[in-house]
Design a protein around this ligand. Structure first.
Ligand SMILES: Cc1cc2nc3c(=O)[nH]c(=O)nc-3n(C[C@H](O)[C@H](O)[C@H](O)COP(=O)(O)OP(=O)(O)OC[C@H]3O[C@@H](n4cnc5c(N)ncnc54)[C@H](O)[C@@H]3O)c2cc1C
Length: 495
């Protein structure tokens, strides 16, 4: 008999594939299906934020993302005969606690390809041409109906995750509201095409009257630009090289510009929506299935990847015997973040329409490094803290002299970081279950950057979750308090 499936993932975009990678590396039995015949081939989401780069580092996909991306080019704002240069990001230097400080530009088709390749190297594979059509669930499993060329298949799994984008069949089947708004009248034509008559060292922007703008962003390591052209009310979106070139010339008043070899074209309507819940029983929503954004601010893909990264280890732990209430923390931690991000990216989009310069500048909010789960179910407020960090915050990197703390965190395990002799003694004594994610223990001292990165002043024991957030900080009562915090996230210690 086949082993029962642990998790069925519907949708192999960045969210579903990130989840599949994380679950497969935990040794779980996973299938990932996508109704499309092949990987998505448009440039759509092209900004990868620093926090997502850290996630990709942990998942073993960072090298290919860095190789396939570039820094953000400066904007060139065309105002009649004058072109005003504008820096969207102030490029930051790498620091001891933030190894990847800058947002990278990479078309989504390449990010998807990197993730699919990483999944393949771990032994997983996307099953294309297979559409999730419905499902039933009971107290122990979910049985999904999947349509493919060979007819319908019934797939039973312990959990189902709907990562199938904004029109999620899983969300609809659960009857969950998708609250927010769609701006039907406000449409944007997106075209990936080879473009002549434009320099590739700028993200060109042509503001227009009443917020009608056109932009052309050079895609790295390709001869393509991503064009974004805001359509007028009632305007028929142009199709084909000639019509699109005419439309661009009419807006830019530059007759040298021409597009050819159109690789992808889409008409996009800003959609700002949030699912009313992320979970019903054994079924979860993640990524665009749970929240959709405007493109401004480059948050959608990044938020989806981080949903998956939050959910993966929790599914792994509960499948290994941890208290199933751990899975409740997924919605509790991630839904408020999506709500906050939606407010943020919506503001940026409105600013873009009016060409408010602050909407063109990207800052710390978007980098997603300061997002915190503090105050959530796994990080109560009344616990110990350091001078800079609280439970639920991102665990920063630190230079350990010859190695980095992120080298220790990389992988599907928890990490126990001990600073000072009392903390080190408690670390030695902490028992850890054989089932589920293992524990790696490390003792650090004063010699390198740890003390400053982590704001520690005396003996401190820190439990770092598999997704790189602080599960617990103890500055006294090291063993008992750490044991209690671990208990909510792990199976029982036996034997
Ligand atoms: C113009 C534009 C620019 C953007 N720019 C950015 C940016 O710079 N940064 C950023 O972070 N985000 C950006 N976004 C948003 C980003 O593209 C999405 O947030 C991201 O693709 C969401 O990933 P996902 O995996 O959740 O869903 P998707 O990428 O939509 O993937 C869902 C997958 O599910 C499959 N599927 C659908 N229904 C089913 C079914 N019933 N059964 C099986 N499979 C199914 C689909 O074929 C698809 O492959 C942009 C979006 C647009 C339109």
């Amino acid at each position: 008999m086949n082993e029962p499936l642990d998790v069925l993932i519907a949708g192999a975009g960045p969210t579903g594939t990130t989840l599949a990678i994380d679950l497969v590396r935990r040794g779980l039995a996973v299938r990932i299906i996508d109704k499309a015949p092949r990987s998505f081939d448009g440039s759509r989401a092209k900004g990868i934020q620093p926090r997502t780069l850290e996630v990709f580092d942990d998942l073993g996909a960072l090298g290919d993302v860095l190789a396939g991306s570039s820094d953000y080019p400066r904007l060139g704002i065309h105002l009649g005969p004058v072109t005003v240069p504008w820096r969207m990001f102030r490029n930051r230097d790498r620091s001891t606690d933030v190894p990847y400080p800058n947002t990278r530009l990479i078309p989504q088709y390449r990010t998807d390809a990197v993730l699919h390749d990483r999944l393949g190297r771990l032994g997983g594979a996307v099953e294309y041409g297979r559409e999730l059509a419905g499902f039933d669930q009971d107290g122990t499993s979910v049985t999904a109906t999947v349509l493919g060329d060979d007819g319908p298949e019934r797939i039973t799994a312990r959990y189902l995750v709907g990562a199938e984008g904004g029109s999620s069949a899983v969300r609809k089947h659960l009857g969950l509201g998708f609250l927010g708004e769609t701006h039907d009248q406000d449409r944007m034509l997106i075209v990936d095409a080879v473009t002549t008559g434009l320099s590739r060292d700028r993200w060109h922007v042509w503001p227009g009257v009443q917020g009608r703008f056109a932009g052309a962003c050079p895609l790295p390591h390709a001869d393509l630009f991503q064009w974004m052209i805001r359509l007028s009310s009632g305007e028929e979106p142009p199709e084909g090289e000639e019509a699109i070139t005419r439309r661009i010339r009419a807006h830019t008043r530059d007759r040298r510009i021409a597009v050819r070899d159109i690789r992808w074209r889409s008409v996009f309507r800003p959609n700002i929506r949030l699912a009313e819940a992320y979970r019903r029983g054994r079924v979860f929503l993640a990524g665009d299935a749970a929240h959709v954004h405007t493109p401004a601010g480059a948050q959608g893909l990044n938020t989806g990847v981080q949903d998956a990264y939050n959910l993966g280890w929790k599914l792994g732990q509960v499948l290994a015997g941890a208290d199933p209430r751990l899975l409740d923390s997924y919605e509790a931690e991630r839904l408020p973040i999506a709500a906050g991000v939606l407010g943020l990216s919506t503001k940026k989009y409105e600013g873009l329409a009016k060409l408010d310069p602050s909407s063109l500048r990207r800052g710390q909010d978007e980098q997603q490094l300061s997002l915190t789960y503090h105050g959530g179910p796994l990080a109560p407020t009344a616990t110990d803290r350091t001078t800079t960090l609280q439970a639920g915050d991102r665990a920063p990197d630190a230079d350990l002299g010859g190695s980095r703390l992120f080298d220790t965190y990389r992988g599907p395990h928890f990490t126990l970081v001990a600073y000072g002799p009392q903390a080190a003694a408690a670390s030695d004594e902490l028992d850890w279950p054989a089932a589920g994610a293992p524990l790696r223990r490390i003792t650090v001292d004063d010699r390198h950057g740890f003390r400053r990165s982590y704001g520690v002043e005396g003996d401190t024991l820190l439990l770092v979750r598999p997704d790189g957030y602080l599960g617990h900080i103890a500055t006294r009562d090291f063993l008992a308090s750490t044991r209690a915090a671990a208990r909510a996230m792990t199976p029982e210690v036996t034997g």
